[in-house]
Design a protein around this ligand. Structure first.
Ligand SMILES: N[C@@H](CCC(=O)N[C@@H](CS)C(=O)NCC(=O)O)C(=O)O
Length: 207
């Protein structure tokens, strides 16, 4: 199977970290696609032209990252990053949804400066999306003890948080996030040497 990813996409990183944690090997194809410069080859397999996209060994194109993660989990039942039953499943999925939602808000802020000409940018939009991201980060900060659990468990909620915080740091789009969330960042920094995260640190694409 092949994951179509980019070196900067936090959603693609989530899928890559999940595969790594589950002990699955993947071929990875890196490409660049943006809303304004969509990649035609990606568009041939994913109508929404987004990363990540997983091509299964049966040739099916799966998206989005949450579906891909569930698929990867189904291939590796001996390890668990997505609990399959019980209240734990929905707590972990809720955490993933919160982390993904923070990312969507932060990406929206980033896109505003990346894709909109200066005179057309909306300060109100940026402020509202920044506020959403900050509210989400504050929730993670306030509930660290609930979702962080032990160092040896690394579930999809925690993976999504690590990818979200890693991308916010990489793009530096939510000013003051680190100082506002000391417990969250202490947890994040403690994971720096985890192999799945170290292997997928966001980086600018090769020219
Ligand atoms: N909900 C989707 C979000 C995917 C997404 O927005 N990917 C971005 C990269 S981080 C993308 O492909 N953007 C290009 C575009 O929207 O055209 C997921 O979880 O996979």
């Amino acid at each position: 199977m092949k994951l179509i990813a980019s070196t900067t996409s936090p959603f693609a990183r989530k899928a890559l970290v999940a595969a790594h944690e589950l002990g699955l090997s993947l071929e990875v194809e890196y490409l660049v696609t943006t809303v304004l410069a969509p990649n035609a080859a990606l568009g041939a397999v994913h109508p929404l032209i987004k990363l990540p996209t997983l091509i299964t060994d049966d040739g099916v194109a799966l998206f989005d990252s949450r579906v891909i993660v569930e698929y990867l989990q189904s291939l590796a039942p001996a390890s668990t990053i997505v609990p399959q039953t019980g209240p734990e499943r929905f707590l972990v999925l809720r955490t993933q949804a919160l982390a993904d939602g923070i990312l969507e808000a932060a990406i929206s802020v980033f896109y505003e400066s990346m894709f909109r000409p200066e005179g057309m940018r909306s300060e109100a939009w940026v402020a509202a999306q920044t506020d959403k991201a900050r509210r989400g980060l504050a929730e993670l900060e306030a509930t660290t003890e609930t979702w962080a659990r032990t160092a040896d468990s690394f579930d999809i909620g925690q993976i999504a948080i690590a990818c979200t915080v890693g991308w916010i740091d990489f793009r530096d789009v939510i000013p003051g996030a680190r100082s506002a969330c000391p417990a969250l960042y202490t947890w994040f920094d403690s994971l720096a040497e985890r192999p799945s995260l170290r292997a997928t640190v966001p980086r600018a694409p090769a020219k």
